[in-house]
Design a protein around this ligand. Structure first.
Ligand SMILES: Nc1nc2c(ncn2[C@@H]2O[C@@H]3COP(=O)(O)O[C@H]4[C@@H](O)[C@H](n5cnc6c(=O)[nH]c(N)nc65)O[C@@H]4COP(=O)(O)O[C@H]3[C@H]2O)c(=O)[nH]1
Length: 509
């Protein structure tokens, strides 16, 4: 998949979805947290209310007047009068109401018949009608302490839990079931039953767990509260996805760029460089005399031509590192080949910048070069004719290499401006005649065809062996042999091949 297709159709939409989901989760979390906070607040209000009732009850328990005497009833009435939530206060003996503050509410027959209703809630809550499971409205709530029972207006609870955004309920909790004692419009049993209801929350008093407050946000309010965040999330997700796409584009461009790929190979993945070998044959006999080592590149994205990656290696100033890498790989592979004891040379391309004077020490201590010189084959280095530069100290470096046992070949001869004097001074061993002169050699009238014998003569005068490059046909091979070239290289003999194929070739030629 092309990088821009990948970022446009896969990475950007994926990022958009991820970011938007994150915003949705934040919105949901926000609503949820709000609901839980509201439930908590309502629970505290309920707790405070129940506590204030309990304090009234405690005060009642200190009345010294004779129970149900006139002064006693008056004290009870004063408390009812003072409180805005107390509906009635009764003095009871077991399940029997002995007297009450006066509203008569507790005088209905049979209301206190059900002993269990008082006992079940540890006498904290009492209802004026049969308890029913959550979902059915009850109208009165009561608390008992000692012989006193306070009956409260449910309306007080209703106002405690009233909220514009939430539907809510206060629920009495029994060990095996729960009961409303105040609730709003909606049946919100589900908030209590399910651990997570969007926009719902439950808070219980834990010591002991006798009542809980459950809330659920109204749909409209929930929408109003999540909508701004979701709209913002939608816009931000889009922008973040665009940003992510542009970052991914940059990263991929770096990864897919020529420079990026070559750098990665040099720094981390040297296996992406490998060698192929092109046989060099004796034209008169067809016998293989050696080979040129040529670098190749292949990574997970694809292959690259040396025409493309060699200049990058130069730009990165990693030329000697690269040459050593190729040399080490080639020597390792050639050492495994069985050339049946015949004389053979391997020719390596070397960058001119590595032949300046200051590189002599680096080259002299090079392990791959030492390994090549220790191998059963001869080592030749090829230097482009166009790069020959005496001023840079190249001459001394070559002299030094020659002393180490390296032979020198002038590559692509004919593309530069060397004269006979330069060639003699240069003390090379081989002259590789550029393939443009081999190409034109079939037409005897062409200028190049006329120059070829002159080049041969110059090489002979300088004492150099000649190699014709780029021979593609029998005619070219015959012609260059006829004008005096000893060695040939080109697709006519073999394309650059692997070490295994080279071994076969050498064994057959
Ligand atoms: N048309 C045609 N071409 C033929 C024929 N026979 C061989 N060739 C090609 O000619 C090039 C010969 O290598 P070069 O002149 O040193 O030119 C090389 C050399 O300058 C450079 N190069 C390749 N490997 C290395 C290396 O390991 N180190 C350095 N410094 N340069 C390298 O890249 C250049 C191109 O290498 P390649 O693409 O492998 O191209 C090779 C080879 O595949 C033929 O009959 N017809």
């Amino acid at each position: 998949m092309k990088p821009n297709i990948l970022t446009t159709w896969v990475i950007a939409p994926l990022l958009f979805v991820i970011f938007f989901v994150v915003f949705i989760l934040i919105a949901v979390f926000d609503v949820q947290r709000d609901a839980e906070k509201t439930a908590e607040q309502m629970m505290h209000q309920t707790g405070e209310y129940l506590l204030s009732t309990m304090m009234v009850l405690q005060k009642l328990n200190t009345i010294a007047d004779a129970p149900c005497s006139d002064s006693f009833i008056e004290r009870l009435r004063v408390e009812v009068f003072k409180s805005d939530s107390v509906r009635d206060i009764a003095y009871v003996d077991g399940n029997r109401v002995l007297c009450s503050a006066g509203s008569g509410f507790l005088k209905s027959d049979g209301l206190l018949d059900k002993e269990d209703l008082i006992g079940a809630m540890e006498r904290k809550f009492w209802f004026n009608m049969q308890l029913m499971q959550a979902g059915v409205r009850v109208s009165v709530t009561a608390q008992q302490l000692g012989n006193y029972v306070i009956v409260e207006y449910p309306g007080h609870f209703q106002s405690t839990i009233a909220s514009s955004a939430y539907d809510s309920a206060v629920v009495a909790v029994f060990p095996d079931s729960s009961y409303y004692f105040a609730y709003g419009d909606k049946d919100i049993t589900r908030v209590l039953q399910r651990p997570f209801v969007l926009g719902g929350g439950v808070a219980c008093n834990d010591d002991p767990r006798t009542y809980c407050v459950a809330v659920e946000m109204h749909d409209a309010e929930m929408l109003a509260s999540v909508l701004p965040l979701l709209t913002l999330g939608l816009v931000l997700s889009f922008l973040l996805a665009l940003l992510g796409k542009s970052l991914a584009d940059q990263m991929l461009a770096k990864r897919y760029s020529l420079q990026g790929r070559v750098r990665r190979a040099l720094e981390k993945e040297p296996q992406n460089f490998y060698c192929v070998f092109q046989p060099i044959v004796e034209l008169s006999t067809g016998k293989t005399m050696g080979c040129e080592v040529l670098a190749r590149f292949q990574d997970d994205i694809g292959g690259l031509s040396p025409i493309d990656f060699i200049p990058v290696v130069q730009q990165m100033r990693q030329t000697w590192k690269f040459t050593e890498l190729i040399m080490a790989r080639a020597v390792e592979e050639l050492n495994r080949c069985d050339f049946q004891g015949r004389a053979f040379y391997a020719s390596f391309n070397v960058f001119p910048e590595d032949l300046s004077k200051d590189r002599a020490e680096i080259i002299s201590t090079s392990k791959p070069l030492a390994a090549a010189l220790n191998s059963p084959f001869d080592v030749v280095i090829e230097i482009l004719e166009t790069s020959i530069d005496y001023g840079s100290g190249m001459h001394e470096s070559l002299e030094f290499l020659r002393k180490m046992g390296v032979r020198i070949a002038i590559d692509d001869f004919g593309t530069g401006h060397s004269n006979l004097n330069m060639l003699i001074n240069f003390e090379a061993d081989l002259l590789k005649i550029d393939r443009s002169f081999v190409d034109g050699s079939e037409d005897p009238e062409s200028v190049r065809a006329k120059i070829l014998p002159i080049m041969v003569e110059i090489a002979d005068t300088a004492g150099l062996k000649k190699v014709a490059e780029g021979i593609e046909t029998q005619e070219q091979a015959d012609h260059v042999l006829k004008v005096g070239v000893e060695l040939g290289q080109g697709y006519f003999f073999s394309r650059p091949v692997s070490a295994e194929v080279l071994t076969n070739y050498v064994q057959n030629h």
